[in-house]
Design a protein around this ligand. Structure first.
Ligand SMILES: [Zn+2]
Ligand SMILES: [Zn+2]
Length: 158
């Protein structure tokens, strides 16, 4: 299967080795993509362990798992990845939009995420949601919002 992150690479050659723990992300964007793929494959464990320590305490594995499972992840759009700052006080950011369905409601969430290096590994610290939720109901005969060019009822709306 193609990687959910939209790289057009095979999942096994893209985010899967990160999610399996065989590789670590070499950039904030790579970590962000792998976290999106972990949502798409409902791997709550990976999502939990890629939070920065400071953020992990506020996270609940069960809630992450529930949220990932009830959501149908459509695609990811990366708008911008900052360069790694020279100054250690500044954190790199990635701005993205996640497109997903909850039932037959289409959502788009745009977030600017901040990343931090902990013990040599990139971790997700937090994010500012700049645009929440263009919620729209998808009709059964409409084109599917996942961009498959199929009708919704024959694709993600099945
Ligand atoms: Zn990927
Ligand atoms: Zn679809």
């Amino acid at each position: 299967m193609l990687c959910p992150c939209g790289s057009e690479l095979e999942y096994a050659l893209c985010c899967q080795p990160l999610i399996n723990g065989q590789k670590t992300a070499n950039s904030p964007e790579q970590l962000m993509r792998s976290r999106y793929s972990a949502y798409a494959t409902a791997d709550a464990d990976y999502l939990y362990r890629t939070y920065a320590k400071a953020s992990q305490a506020q996270q609940n594995l069960e809630e992450i798992a529930q949220w990932a499972a009830m959501t149908k992840w459509l695609f990811l759009e990366i708008h911008h990845s900052s360069a790694i700052p020279q100054n250690a006080d500044e954190l790199p950011v990635v701005k993205f939009s996640a497109h997903y369905l909850l039932g037959n409601k289409y959502h788009k969430m745009t977030e600017t995420s901040r990343f931090v290096l902990e013990s040599g590994q990139w971790r997700y610290l937090d994010g500012d949601v700049s645009e929440f939720d263009e919620v729209r109901e998808i009709k059964r005969n409409e084109p599917c919002p996942c961009r498959s060019k199929k009708k919704f009822k024959q694709c993600c709306g099945r």
